[in-house]
Ligand binder design. Sequence first.
Ligand SMILES: Cc1cc2nc3c(=O)[nH]c(=O)nc-3n(C[C@H](O)[C@H](O)[C@H](O)COP(=O)(O)OP(=O)(O)OC[C@H]3O[C@@H](n4cnc5c(N)ncnc54)[C@H](O)[C@@H]3O)c2cc1C
Length: 377
Amino acid sequence: MRVIVIGAGLGGLTLAHGLRRAGIEVVVYERDGALGRPQGVSLHLDDRGGSALRACLPPAQVAMVEATTGGPREQTLTLSEVDGALAVVGTRPADGMAGRALPGRQVHRPLLRAILLTGLADVVRFGAEFTRFERRADGTVGVWFADGSRDTADVLVGADGIGSAVRRRYLPQVRVADTGRRMLMGATPLRAVVGTGLPGLIGDSPAAARVRGTTMALGVLRFGEPPEAARQRWLPALRQAAVAEVEDYLMWAVPVTQDPPGPAAVWRRAKELTKELPPVLRSVVDQAWPEVTVALRIGMIPPPPAWPAGPVTVIGDAIHLAPGFGGNLAMRDAHHLCEALVEAHRGQRDLLDAVGSYEDTMRRNSFATPVATKAGR
Ligand SMILES: Cc1cc2nc3c(=O)[nH]c(=O)nc-3n(C[C@H](O)[C@H](O)[C@H](O)COP(=O)(O)OP(=O)(O)OC[C@H]3O[C@@H](n4cnc5c(N)ncnc54)[C@H](O)[C@@H]3O)c2cc1C
């Protein structure tokens, strides 16, 4: 069996590892160059994503992820001003109920992606933008790229994110809707704000500070093991640049009503929005890395009716969106699809039956929630 995956994001790379380890030929085509665009700063990894990584990745990659996650996040704190100081005034369990997160740990997203790319140098083709496919009479799929090149596979997987060109061609009835919700999100080196007492107040838990009419989301990533030391111990093949100058930081997000005029204005806008907040929160934004501050639009995909299974399928944000846990769902899809394709490869079930059963599970488990995407994507 030969599988073509479009998109070297969290889902596509997890799938590629799993297929390769099962002896299935796989090639991943990625539109961006090898260094890619920044794809966010940190990610709340829960057991859906963690289990998928443990099932699909080689042990050294899993060890590297686990060594560098932050501390356990088992509740969400509510902060408010009490007698002029920021204080914890409530907690909510991380139980996955009513849109709440599941227990998990923070991971540094660029590091996770670099770990996922490690060991796949001969599998991932960068700078290759998928444009279209064609189902052939012999059951295979022809795949075309923007530079005019083409390839053929038994299965084509769209792991190409929210703007998925595979989905647009394969399932044109599935549309991404804009919920109208907007956020500005950034990160601040921990050393710059440690003196404010805020990192000590929230520990490893995600927090929502509700003050002076604004809600600001906060979360600290303290690496379990310094990334460079972990690289040497667990995964020396990881590119050194992925761990160089990586340090503990605090993530934050604030809601906005309009898109900022352009990327250069995003940090400035965040500073304006937070200028009336208590000095502790203001300094979090003032001391942030400007280039890491991004504007996000929250989108959603309404649950689509089932479609007949074929040799083309989709995983992750390409087909469903979830605020704050879409990465976990993308990796879980990768795991489930991998298991189904391995069964087909071993002759334990028909290929289309395997794809259909993955899609049934995915549709049942992953629909009906909005997701954050970078404005302009
Ligand atoms: C700021 C932010 C914070 C987030 N926080 C969390 C969190 O805490 N926890 C969580 O679980 N999720 C989080 N998410 C969501 C998570 O990032 C996504 O759900 C996840 O990245 C989806 O993975 P994916 O593999 O489906 O797609 P992506 O990771 O988006 O990867 C898609 C890939 O496909 C490539 N591609 C696109 N089109 C083509 C084409 N035509 N040809 C070739 N390649 C193509 C892209 O370049 C990209 O590399 C967050 C998202 C954002 C923006």
